[in-house]
Design a protein around this ligand. Structure first.
Ligand code: PDD
Length: 297
């Protein structure tokens, strides 16, 4: 089936969907985005994603291009036109089209793009083996809480991971503390079973998956610390994992080529993955898709 994209008021064949060369997203990475998981036709944690979108726009002083209800309507149209049931929705809003000039244009209208993509299911092998991460210096700006389309350091680090045979790169500050992955949040479980993930301030993106999982953790009675951890602590950890809208909860079994714990996905990690999958199932309103959800990502 041909793919359809939404671009500034029009639904276009994916191959013909284009923005103007003077779009400030293209010129200056002057824009923000969201990736929303879709499970059985339902946008998971949609309100939280839209809250974060509005917050990112506000921090950059880009106007909401339309009311939230209108964004929701378009997202449903894009999903319907692409017959998407499992995958994710991509939304991007930039400051708009204007002659190239660093300062804000006075008249530009925010530009809106929406696309969807099917999600390839994670193979059972991937879940059984877990994934590897490498650690790299975090060379990004100081406002990582804004979900900006300015992702060059993330792309460089992800490519470095790929070339090292790893799936993700954890970015590390000069003092050795891990901030997050290039497109995921980072978690560890210490040898004495304390779950640790970085507190969400301007240093990291506050993942929606992270937030949803924190709610589940409170319910499950897991011992938990919201603080930064070092690479050294991560190497000595019993378990590690990453979270994101496209990976859900994914076990990390090697860091910089060395096994984490016994080198297999951790027990708590897999329990939390199940908890997140139940959350998604709850959003989709039933248990009949549980098997697909377990392997999705
Ligand atoms: N990335 N940290 C960074 C830097 C991210 O780019 C992402 C998401 C996350 C996890 O956020 P969430 O749980 O809301 O997906 C953390 C998306 C998936 C991407 O860029 O494709």
């Amino acid at each position: 089936m041909p793919r359809t994209a939404y671009v500034n008021g029009r639904y276009l064949p994916h191959a013909k969907a284009a923005v103007h060369i003077e779009d400030r997203g293209y010129q200056f990475a002057d824009g923000v985005y969201e990736v929303v998981p879709v499970h059985r036709g339902i946008l998971v944690d949609e309100e939280l994603h839209l809250d974060r979108l509005e917050r990112s726009l506000g921090e950059l002083r880009i106007a909401m291009p339309m009311r939230r209800e209108a964004l929701k309507l378009i997202s449903r149209q894009v999903m319907r036109r692409n017959q998407l049931s499992n995958g994710f929705l991509y939304m991007q809003i930039t400051r708009g089209v204007a002659p190239r000039d660093h300062k804000f244009p006075t008249a530009a209208k925010p530009a809106v793009v929406m696309t969807v993509r099917q999600m390839k299911p994670a193979s059972p092998e991937k879940l059984e083996k877990g994934v590897s991460v490498i650690t790299v210096p975090d060379i990004r700006w100081a406002r990582r809480d804004i979900k900006s389309v300015s992702l060059l350091p993330n792309c460089l680090a992800k490519q470095q991971a790929h070339e090292a045979g790893a799936m993700e790169a954890w970015m590390v500050e000069a003092d050795g503390r891990v901030t997050e992955g290039t497109s995921t949040n980072a978690w560890i479980v210490t040898q004495d079973n304390v779950l640790v993930t970085r507190n969400a301030n301007q240093d990291i993106l506050n993942g929606i998956t992270r937030m949803a999982l924190l709610d589940r953790i409170a319910e499950e009675g897991v011992t938990f610390e919201e603080r930064a951890f070092t690479v050294e602590e991560a190497r000595a950890a019993k378990e590690a994992f990453i979270t994101s809208s496209t990976n859900y909860v994914m076990p990390v079994t090697a860091i910089d080529g060395k096994p984490v714990g016994n080198g297999h996905p951790g027990i708590l990690t897999m329990k939390l993955r199940e908890a997140y999958v139940s959350h998604i199932e709850g959003a989709a309103g039933g248990a009949s898709g549980a098997e697909e959800a377990k392997t999705a990502a």
